[in-house]
Design a protein around this ligand. Structure first.
Ligand SMILES: [Zn+2]
Ligand SMILES: [Zn+2]
Length: 346
């Protein structure tokens, strides 16, 4: 789909959906947004100007997703072999998964933020120790020993759908990327991922938000073995970074275009403030683990006990991000009891 001359929205399906199903859902969701069981697609963007071609995000490394990318680019007179720069908003598999395949195909320059470039090896190239660390981390946060192995294995099944490649260029934020007539400013927006980046073109008032801001979904903001400090604190500060931008086209990596950015930023802030309050109330006077609290929270997709192990892990990570934020604000205490972290009201 053409956004305007030079900027094109493409679509690549998630592995459990066909291209046709994903395209269908793209139309349906815009008319009637709802929570789907698993995300159906990612929206890469092609920037083509003055003989340069940059792709923003790609998709999972499946033949279907590659076929969808090829077809989408062809509609606008282009082909994946023409990609010069591959800009990745963050290293999650739905955005980064196809990078290695594209690198081999066209020798494009793979561009990532340095904080996400750091985890490529431990996450995708030698992930064994990550699984062990994750198991220990889950038990530390109160997950019963029986559930823990399954939950730490949770995401390992996706590795065959990721073609990893090291970054050719690592960013810090603040750089300007020049593509033909466009000058994109790199905005570092940590939170959903430590190295998440948005791209902003002030002359054309275009903002690519990746997963940082989506029209109806709030992105997962989690603490896990590869995060530091307070991801939710980072995330809230990263929302503020976008508040003052003069924007006309707000292009996220899932769902559909955002029409009112300030309104959406406020909605997301309110969501987290409410979630923080809910979590604070879920902490018992005698102390609770993150696993206890996650089991009491009303998640948009149901209750914790009904989730797949991978989603349970995400829910524990998201709970921890909120508890840590409350602790930072002086609203909760945390203590070790035996080998398990407990949170206490103040
Ligand atoms: Zn993501
Ligand atoms: Zn995503």
């Amino acid at each position: 789909m053409k956004i305007f001359d030079g900027i094109y929205q493409l679509l690549t399906p998630f592995p459990q959906f066909t291209f046709a199903q994903a395209k269908d859902l793209r139309r349906q969701l815009q008319d009637a947004p709802r929570v789907t069981k698993g995300l159906p697609y990612v929206l890469p963007y092609m920037v083509k100007s003055g003989g340069d071609t940059m792709l923003i995000d790609c998709g999972w490394n499946t033949d279907d997703a590659y076929g969808a990318l090829e077809e989408g680019m062809k509609e606008h007179g282009s082909h994946p072999t023409e990609i010069k720069d591959l800009f990745i908003t963050h290293v999650h598999p739905d955005h980064y998964g196809m990078s290695g395949r594209l690198k081999r195909l066209c020798d494009c320059q793979v561009i990532l933020h340095e904080e996400d470039a750091k985890v490529i090896v431990s996450r995708y190239l030698s992930p064994k120790s990550l699984t062990e660390d994750m198991g220990k981390f889950m038990q530390l946060n109160g997950v019963p020993a029986l559930d823990s192995p399954q939950m730490s294995q949770g995401s390992m099944g996706m590795l065959d759908r990721v073609s990893p490649v090291p970054a050719d260029r690592e960013l810090k934020g603040g750089e300007i990327l020049h593509v033909g007539e466009f000058y994109f400013e790199v905005i570092w927006t940590p939170g959903h991922s430590p190295g998440h980046i948005c791209l902003y073109e002030p002359n054309y008032k275009v903002l690519f938000t990746g997963d940082h801001v989506l029209p109806t979904i709030t992105p997962n903001v989690s603490i896990h073995t590869q995060t530091h400090g307070s991801p939710l604190g980072d995330y809230m500060r990263s929302l503020e970074k976008l508040e003052k931008l003069d924007v006309k086209y707000i292009l996220p990596a899932h769902e559909f275009e955002i029409t009112d950015l300030p309104k959406r930023l406020r909605e997301i802030e309110v969501h987290h403030v409410e979630r923080l309050e809910e979590m604070r109330k879920c902490v018992d006077s005698g102390g609770s683990t993150a696993w206890d609290v996650a089991g009491r929270v009303k998640w948009a997709t149901g209750m914790l006990t009904d989730f797949e192990p991978f989603m349970q892990r995400a829910a524990v990570g998201e709970t921890l991000a909120h508890l840590e934020y409350l602790w930072e604000q002086g609203q909760l205490a945390k203590i070790m009891r035996g080998r398990v972290v407990h949170w206490l009201p103040i």
